[in-house]
Ligand binder design. Structure first.
Ligand SMILES: C[S@@+](CC[C@H](N)C(=O)[O-])C[C@H]1O[C@@H](n2cnc3c(N)ncnc32)[C@H](O)[C@@H]1O
Length: 273
């Protein structure tokens, strides 16, 4: 536990050292727009922060059927990469809730998004994640999302289940089913091992090599599993069934080197019956 915390602190320090000069310059030159987090916080994955937000807004609307009046839940919302582009799409009083295990990221959202947009609400949850919150006191396999049963029309998790072990993901699926209103939709990203990505598993074209088989999932790193986690396609489908979610579609991602993919990660879209 101590080593995990130390590693996370070192990771944060590395990010700070890498991005602090650019952040300082942005502040000095007044280059950063109000709703753009500093680079050291905005690093929630590779790629352009704003572009990816817009990309996912399109998927939410075109693949997930997100409507301007929908009540939305963002699981593992990070520093608002997906929330920010939805500000001018969702029409108040449509409420957007986001929660995350990173206190710093939630703090930024609460300070910079909610004051101007009070229908966008963010909550820090002290759930354990070896990579993101190694001191967390709550087991992800027992965490109750901070929203009521059947209170959301659209629930999503982008690049979150790619950093969680199987018991947590299984439980989060049950929570998605609990919080979705009947007919509501979820869009969740995964690294899915299907025929194509499995064949590419060790190739240079693959961004992650999921060669460590664990209990119900695969990790790309022998010890620090939460760096990147994959699931068998059959297991993802079975999980949806177990929680009464009907699969609408899987859009394979390009992470494994697959050509012609829509996005980087695999998109899973499902509906509560
Ligand atoms: C790669 S970032 C993606 C953030 C955000 N979803 C986005 O797309 O910008 C992964 C996020 O998952 C969060 N996370 C990890 N485990 C979690 C858990 N059990 N519950 C909620 N959030 C979690 C991390 O704190 C981190 O913000």
């Amino acid at each position: 536990m101590l080593t995990a915390r130390l590693r996370t602190s070192l990771d944060s320090l590395r990010l700070w050292l890498r991005y602090a000069p650019g952040d300082a310059l942005d502040s000095l030159l007044g280059r950063r727009a109000a709703l753009v987090p500093p680079r050291r916080l905005a690093y929630v994955g590779p790629g352009d922060f704003a572009y990816l937000g817009q990309e996912f807004r399109r998927y939410f609307v075109e693949l997930g059927g997100l409507q301007p009046g929908d009540r939305v839940l963002d699981i593992g919302c990070g520093v608002g990469r997906m929330a920010i582009p939805l500000i001018d799409y969702l029409e108040p009083p449509a409420r957007f809730d986001g929660f995350d295990v990173s206190r710093r990221m939630i703090h930024w959202c609460q300070e910079h998004i909610t004051p101007e947009h009070p229908n966008f609400v963010f909550e820090w949850t002290d759930v354990y994640n070896r990579q993101y919150n190694p001191g967390g006191s709550i087991d992800p396999g027992a965490f109750r999302f901070p929203v009521d049963d059947g209170s959301k029309d659209f629930v999503f998790a982008t690049s979150v289940f790619t950093h969680m072990r199987a018991p947590g993901v299984e439980h989060y699926m049950a929570e998605i089913a609990r919080t979705l209103a009947p007919g509501g939709t979820c869009l969740v990203t995964f690294f899915i091992l299907d025929e194509v990505s499995r064949a590419h598993r060790q190739s240079d074209a693959s961004a992650h090599h999921f060669v460590h088989e664990q209990d119900g999932y695969y990790s790309a790193h022998q010890v620090r599993h939460e760096i990147a986690v994959a699931f068998d396609e059959a297991e993802v489908k079975a999980m949806l069934v177990r929680h009464g979610l009907m699969l609408k579609s899987i859009e394979p991602g390009g992470w494994s080197g697959r050509r012609g993919a829509l996005s980087a990660q695999d998109l899973v879209i499902a509906q509560r019956g």
